[in-house]
Design a binder for this molecule. Structure first.
Ligand SMILES: [Zn+2]
Ligand SMILES: [Zn+2]
Length: 645
């Protein structure tokens, strides 16, 4: 069958015939010399293959060029970079055991079994050695071996031997060599080491073999690589920016919150200053909700399992729920709530509703608890105790479009006030779903119409909806362009059924209402975390925990400074007094580090003339003297208008 022709379909739909066994590069050659030269690998259907690999089957093919905009091409580069790193480590530590070395989202890592953890100096040495491996331009040579040969090759490496035993009997075992290093690997790789020029080793950390704490601790080195130097530089700059904005570090510096492991991981203590931010956001949102026809409700934090059985959470969601609490003398166990929907369903169901009462909109800012795996917890972004700005809307099918429209308007108002750009995803019916197609048609149509009426650009996530209804996801963008999960609007066809909800229609018949779950911030934890990083802790006046700090120049002026603070407080502003026995320069510097929008200094001149010397955040050393009354009015106006700068 060696003369059999293979038929390849190119991205533009045209066909290319090649001989079976010809390399992917030879196939590229048939299109153009330039393409053959530029190609670093090929993608045959879903499989990325080495550019020198003989082609053995027909399929759709795409040639990958060394471009940083192509995720597949980056995958090949980073996988190859991991080998280059292992090559370097093995030449410096010849006895190092070799664990896994995969590409990951933003780079790659490799695990090594070495006697002691890698130091920063070690990483420098490895980096240098890697540049040598790249300069040598070793070819990545693929060889198929028998199980016996592989056992022989890796006889000194227990990790490779363990993985070898897991390769199914019928699978081809391949080994890749680059210069002195060879590895048990499926590929794919670059043709040679030369293109791995623009890499950076980022850090080293201990990691258990296969993530199992009963197995040996290996040393993992993380790195990243790009085809172009400019892409690498840009990425490293973004990393620096992200580090500078890390909400966990800023949260500590500004004393906003803490998470204490011995109190329980993923549980947040909001310190007074962090609590103020949350309070301001809550008040802002709740005032707005009342204006927009929502009702506030409050529901308990625990409930009988009977409720969660009725809602179906106990059956479908129990993994994420905290364990059952046994109650003496009660038939049912209790659970702490993972979400508020079942309670809101019960409020709706507590009386017979008429179509005239719809929509019913119940909003509740409530803490719920979810037993997220400890390994996935991350600062404020992934927690076990989360505070949602939750709401459930019960309406007739005819009202869905307007309700969605209003929710999108609320999202726009809230995010716009915060100066956050956002983008919208619309997720439609998945393969596996409940509910009649007709119901989905009506629902999706209503969502689409609302989106179109709002004139927002949105992406359609075809088939990405939940099995119980379509949804709209909003991602907000921070100051450096990163996306954060924000608002969600989710239709639900299941819960109204399970709770047998109804309303009396104008036809005097019982009808099933439509239910919409929605959150605008999402959770306060994640949202405030995002805001901290967006503003780098320098909150606009209306959100700042402390809007003004008053600094008397000496003890003699404490009295006058206290009066200034009193005037600000009387105007509803958050002002604090710094009477510490430190120099003025020290206290000003401290106020700047705390990113307080206004620092006002009170000395003899100010005390006598009822003025204040004002330093605005970011205005360097510029100090403006103005009448106290005028200053209070200025800050009050800035607070009330929710000005951003
Ligand atoms: Zn490999
Ligand atoms: Zn809900």
């Amino acid at each position: 069958m060696s003369d059999e022709k293979l038929s390849l379909i190119l991205p533009d739909g045209s066909k290319l015939e090649v001989e079976r066994g010809e390399s992917a590069r030879a196939a590229a050659e048939k299109i153009s010399r330039g393409l053959a030269r530029a190609a670093v690998a090929a993608k045959l259907d879903d499989e990325i293959v080495d550019i020198e690999r003989p082609l053995e089957r027909s399929g759709t093919i795409r040639f990958l060029k060394g471009e940083d905009s192509d995720a597949d091409a980056l995958y090949v580069l980073r996988h190859s970079a991991a080998h280059v790193m292992a090559t370097a480590v093995r030449s410096l530590w010849p006895n190092a055991g070799i664990g896994f070395g995969p590409p990951i989202a933003d780079g790659f890592y490799y695990d090594f079994d070495v006697e002691r953890p890698f130091t920063p100096e070690d990483l420098e040495k490895i980096d240098e050695q890697m540049r040598e491996v790249v300069a040598q331009d070793y070819a990545f040579e693929r060889r198929e071996v028998t199980r016996e040969e592989a056992r022989e090759l890796f006889c000194d490496d227990p990790y490779k031997l363990e993985r070898l035993e897991e390769i199914p009997e019928d699978e081809t075992i391949s080994v890749y060599r680059d210069g002195p290093f060879f590895d048990l690997c499926r590929g794919p790789h670059l043709p040679s080491t030369a293109p791995v020029k623009h890499f950076k080793l980022l850090n080293a950390a201990g990691a258990y073999w296969r993530g199992d704490e009963r197995r040996p601790m290996l040393q993992r080195i993380y790195g990243t690589a790009f085809y172009k130097k400019s892409s690498l530089d840009e990425y490293l700059h973004r990393l620096e920016e992200a580090k500078r904005r890390d909400h966990r570090i800023i949260g500590k510096q500004l004393d906003l919150f803490s998470i204490q492991e011995d109190m329980g991981p993923g549980l947040v203590n909001w310190h007074p200053k962090g609590a103020r931010i949350q309070f301001v956001l809550r008040r802002f949102l709740e005032d707005e909700l009342l204006k927009r026809g929502y009702e506030l409700v409050y529901t308990p934090h625990i409930a009988s399992e009977a409720l969660y059985r009725k809602s179906g959470h106990l059956q479908a969601y129990s993994e994420v729920m905290f364990p059952s609490m046994e109650m003496e003398g009660e038939k049912e166990n209790y659970r702490v709530k993972p979400m508020n929907c079942p309670m809101h369903m019960e409020i709706y169901a507590s009386t017979q509703r008429s179509y005239r009462e719809l929509p019913q909109r119940y909003a509740e800012i409530a803490s719920v608890y979810r037993n997220e795996k400890s390994g996935t917890l991350h600062g404020l972004l992934r927690v076990r105790g989360l505070t949602m700005d939750d709401a459930h809307i019960f309406c007739t099918p005819d009202q869905v479009e307007d309700e969605i429209y209003d929710m999108l308007d609320l999202v726009d108002y809230v995010y716009g006030t915060l100066g956050l750009a956002y983008r919208v995803d619309f997720a439609t019916r998945p393969q596996k779903r409940i509910g009649a197609d007709e119901t989905w048609d009506i629902a999706e149509d209503a969502l689409r119409k609302a989106l179109d009426r709002r004139d927002v650009t949105y992406a359609i996530d075809e088939g990405g909806g939940a099995f119980y209804g379509p949804k709209i996801d909003v991602k907000f963008l921070d100051a450096i362009g990163r996306e954060w999960q924000g608002a969600t609007i989710q239709l639900d066809f299941v819960l109204p059924e399970r709770f047998d909800l109804s309303y009396m229609g104008s036809d005097n018949q019982r009808h099933r209402p439509v239910m919409i779950h929605r959150a605008i911030f999402g959770t306060f934890e994640r949202f405030v975390g995002g805001l901290i990083e967006h503003f780098v802790g320098a909150f606009p006046v209306w959100l700042a925990p402390v809007q003004v700090r008053v600094v008397p120049v000496a003890e003699d002026y404490n009295e006058a400074a206290r009066a200034v603070q009193g005037a600000l407080a009387a105007a509803g502003l958050r002002a604090e007094l710094d009477e510490r026995a430190e120099t003025v320069a020290y206290r000003i510097r401290d106020g700047e580090l705390m990113k307080i929008p206004y620092l006002v200094v009170v000395g003899q001149r100010e005390a006598e003339a009822a003025t204040v010397a004002v330093r605005k955040r970011g205005a360097e050393k510029k100090q403006v003297v103005m009448p106290l009354e005028e200053f209070v009015e200025q800050v009050r106006e800035e607070d009330e208008s929710r000005a951003l700068a």
